[in-house]
Write a protein that binds this ligand. Structure first.
Ligand SMILES: CC(C)(COP(=O)(O)OP(=O)(O)OC[C@H]1O[C@@H](n2cnc3c(N)ncnc32)[C@H](O)[C@@H]1OP(=O)(O)O)[C@@H](O)C(=O)NCCC(=O)NCCS
Length: 144
């Protein structure tokens, strides 16, 4: 089991266009067998109908290095659309796991979802990475 490291000083800010490189780097570090690149990510965003649906990303920046080390995104689910139903995904670069960064992003996103009066929040974790399941269990237990 991974040991919890000391908490980090991070700031959470909205995603900017110049963050696509960091997004690709973080995803490829987490899922080396399913590599993606900036082009794919941009293309996916272009295809997402922003006129009809909400999709918003935040990034976590390490205060010491000024590096983007994680991101979180929430969005409507076009395939099963309900204005108050959202999917949330959080991705932290493995180097920074278990230091409270994912939890910080989760709380930031929940603030927005409360304002949007979300009634259903879906989050998915791959079984191949058990920390995702543990993370969601922990957040679920905090919410209940
Ligand atoms: C899941 C993920 C977002 C967690 O981010 P993180 O910054 O490492 O998580 P935190 O440090 O905030 O941990 C919060 C809690 O999650 C649980 N947790 C996280 N990683 C864990 C691990 N490796 N083993 C056991 N519990 C774990 C713990 O309960 C932890 O609380 P604690 O440290 O006080 O015990 C990160 O591991 C990741 O990006 N995984 C790949 C993508 C993914 O599965 N995302 C989740 C779907 S939304």
């Amino acid at each position: 089991m991974a040991v919890r490291g000391p908490s980090l000083s991070v700031r959470i800010r909205e995603f900017k266009d110049s963050d696509y490189d960091s997004l690709a780097e973080i995803l490829n570090a987490i899922y080396p067998d399913h590599r993606t690149d900036v082009e794919d990510l941009r293309e996916d965003d272009k295809r997402f109908d922003k006129e009809r649906y909400v999709r918003k990303r935040y990034v976590a920046v390490d205060d010491t290095s000024d590096q983007v080390i994680a991101f979180g995104v929430y969005s409507h689910i076009p395939g099963m659309f309900d204005p108050q139903r959202f999917r949330v995904d959080i991705f932290v670069h493995p180097f920074w796991w278990r230091r409270g960064v994912g939890t910080r992003l989760w709380h930031r996103i929940l603030e927005d979802l409360r304002d949007l009066k979300a009634t259903v929040v879906l989050a998915v974790a791959r079984e191949s990475l058990p920390n995702g399941l543990e993370f969601l269990r922990k957040l679920e237990s905090l919410a209940s």
